[in-house]
Design a binder for this molecule. Structure first.
Ligand code: C2E
Ligand code: MG
Ligand code: MG
Ligand code: MG
Length: 285
């Protein structure tokens, strides 16, 4: 179409694309100082037991409070941080902060159940970093958090076709007693039999699976697929968490299908760390 309108059409700049490129460029340059200036913060989203509604822990989700752009979500800066390597420093900061927070929750923990755990997302770039295992061990030591209270989330797509070199650090982390979750499971076309040998103990079913369960007339195929995945996961000794639980109906279906924990707006949006404490007390009461 541009061709029909004349060749020089190609030379006209696209102002929107330009602005986007400038923003990207600007944000990328600002990443290192943002960490120094303490512009990142973490919101925590509860992981809730589907059977009794108790809070088992929370996932740490990073945000950037940018001085001029306002609050930016991870999708707006994590890819930039990954392409420039800044994710290593940022990821280390998130891990340390979240572990310290989980330790605080545990000291405040009044309920009778197990102490609340924290889930931290790991970028594939961090997986390739030679210091990762050492850093995880150091954070546990520095914060005093028990390894059983930490879960690291790695996306399914990061592990597709992973060789032993990629899996080795994950195995070493699992050997420390930290659990590994396969995040966004079901979106990456991984071989189900890979679950046999990946060092993971938690499956996080992607929210695309829960989409068809929002209404009372749930998609019967979705129900069968999720039921099948849950049976397989449990047979292999894995725990199943489901993302994107937005309605009570979804929670009911997922409970009936035997899923273990749920995470989503139905229970709580991501929020400040002290809110987890409140939810927990509310549940206990
Ligand atoms: P994720 O790990 O799959 O996290 C779940 C995302 O789903 C979060 O988006 C969360 O806010 C959103 N969510 C939660 N409940 C619901 C719901 O009921 N409905 C819907 N539609 N969405 C829900 P968020 O916070 O924007 O994070 C996006 C992604 O950014 C995360 O996906 C994760 O892959 C990445 N991310 C976040 N924090 C970090 C981090 O510290 N390091 C790294 N490497 N990645 C991170
Ligand atoms: Mg995650
Ligand atoms: Mg996820
Ligand atoms: Mg997801």
């Amino acid at each position: 179409r541009a061709k029909e309108q004349g060749g020089n059409r190609y030379e006209v700049a696209d102002p929107v694309a330009d602005a986007r490129a400038i923003t990207r460029h600007g944000l990328t340059n600002q990443l290192p100082s943002a960490l120094e200036h303490d512009e990142f913060f973490i919101e925590y989203q509860p992981l809730v037991g589907l059977d009794d509604g108790t809070v088992h822990g929370a996932e740490a989700l990073v945000r950037w409070c940018h001085p001029t752009h306002g609050i930016l979500g991870p999708d707006q800066f994590i890819p930039l941080a990954e392409s420039t390597g800044h994710i290593v420093g940022l990821g280390r900061w998130v891990l340390e902060r979240a572990a310290r927070q989980a330790y605080v929750w545990q000291t405040e923990h009044l309920g009778s159940g197990p102490p609340p755990r924290v889930n931290v997302n790991l970028s594939p770039i961090q997986l390739q970093h030679p210091e990762l295992v050492h850093e995880v061990a150091r954070v546990l030591e520095d914060t005093g958090l028990s390894p059983a209270s930490l879960c690291l989330e790695v996306t399914e797509s990061a592990l597709i076709g992973a060789d032993e070199d990629t899996l080795k650090p994950l195995r070493q982390i699992a050997d420390l007693g930290v659990s590994i979750a396969l995040d966004d499971f079901g979106t990456g076309y991984s071989n189900l039999s890979s679950l046999r040998w990946l060092p993971v103990s938690v499956l996080k079913l992607d929210r695309s699976f829960t989409h068809g369960m929002r209404g009372h007339a749930a998609d019967p195929v979705d129900l069968k697929i999720v039921g099948g995945i849950v049976s397989l996961a449990h047979a292999l000794g894995l725990t199943v968490t489901v993302e994107g639980v937005e309605t009570r109906t979804q929670a009911d279906h997922l409970r009936a299908l035997g899923c273990d924990t749920g995470q989503g707006w139905y229970y709580a949006r991501p929020g400040p760390p002290d809110r987890l404490h409140t939810l927990r007390l509310a549940d206990a009461g």
